[in-house]
Design a protein around this ligand. Structure first.
Ligand code: AKG
Length: 290
């Protein structure tokens, strides 16, 4: 689905959007499952292993910010993660062996869907090399009004920014005052539902509040070349790690690259999701819902 031109653009910018990768059938099935999951969140009062809740969530007005690890929650999301069309794109960008790291489904509901502060994924999960990227599947049309992801082209070859707070704890975000020029150069990832973005693990990105009257649901999952080994160790047992191979075989001899790394320690004041980790910041960039 992509050629030399797109691969070159990814290497240059650290981000590309491939239009119309997924068709209406699988999109409709994902939306249906998602609506059901949101309805069922009425039964929970606090964050769980599946739900990250928006502020203001209640049984009468269920508000979900994220479904955690959706590929483990429902088979339709696993089907997308393992879809040969997407894997072919990943192989063009990363090589033959591809391993899944994690997945999440970020929902930005109409009018209050939460922003995500500026960060580089590399600050959360550095590897032995940076052939690592995040795949962003648009379940809804994404335009400027419903909080699309914003990415700074070229930032994937620049510095690894400090994601720690003034007390020296990992905060999961960059102080916006230190990256004003990078923020000014950021471009939105826009597209029709079914389009997919691919952003490099070191690309600086963030996304604003959804101020529109339309939802914005975005299935994000992180993948790496098979020979990129997570510096923080395995999150799962070996059997799970093997199941996470999307193509090729697991590798026991990681490829090492000389790269800047700052580990996400000491741990953040709040964990569980990027929203919680970033919520302790004294200096957010994006406006929040009232
Ligand atoms: O939902 C988005 O627009 C971006 C989210 C993101 O960067 C993240 O969850 O790490």
């Amino acid at each position: 689905m992509i050629g030399e031109q797109e691969v070159r653009a990814y290497r240059r910018d650290g981000v590309i959007v491939v239009p119309d990768v997924l068709g209406p059938d699988v999109l409709a099935r994902m939306r249906q499952v998602l609506a059901q999951l949101v309805a069922e969140s009425a039964g929970v009062q606090e964050h769980t292993a599946v739900y990250d809740l928006e502020p203001g969530h209640s049984a009468a007005d269920p508000r979900v910010r994220r479904i955690k690890a959706p590929h483990k929650v429902h088979s339709v999301f696993d089907e997308v993660v393992r879809s040969p069309r997407v894997i072919a794109i990943l192989q063009a960008l990363l090589g033959p062996g591809i391993r899944l790291h994690n997945s999440k489904l970020n929902l930005k509901s109409a009018r209050y869907g939460s922003p995500v502060e500026w960060h580089q994924d590399w600050a959360f999960y550095p590897h032995t090399n940076d052939d690592v990227l995040a795949v962003g599947v648009m379940l809804d049309d994404m335009d400027l009004s419903n909080g699309p992801m914003l990415v700074t082209p070229g930032s994937h070859t620049g510095p690894v920014f400090d994601h720690h707070d003034r007390e020296g704890r990992f905060a999961g975000m960059v102080d916006p005052d230190t990256i004003r020029p990078e923020i000014a150069r950021a471009v939105p990832c826009l597209g029709r539902a079914g389009s997919i973005s691919f952003h490099h693990v070191r690309a600086l990105h963030g996304s604003a509040l959804n101020t529109s009257d339309r939802p914005r649901s975005f299935l994000l999952y992180e993948v790496s070349a098979a020979d990129a080994w997570p510096l923080l160790g395995l999150r799962t047992d070996w059997a799970d790690f093997e199941r996470e191979m999307l193509a090729g075989e697991p590798v026991l001899q990681p490829r090492m690259k000389d790269l800047p790394v700052r580990l996400p320690y000491p741990p953040p004041l709040k964990g569980g999701s990027i929203y919680e980790t970033q919520s302790t910041s004294a200096k957010p960039y994006f406006t929040r819902a009232a």
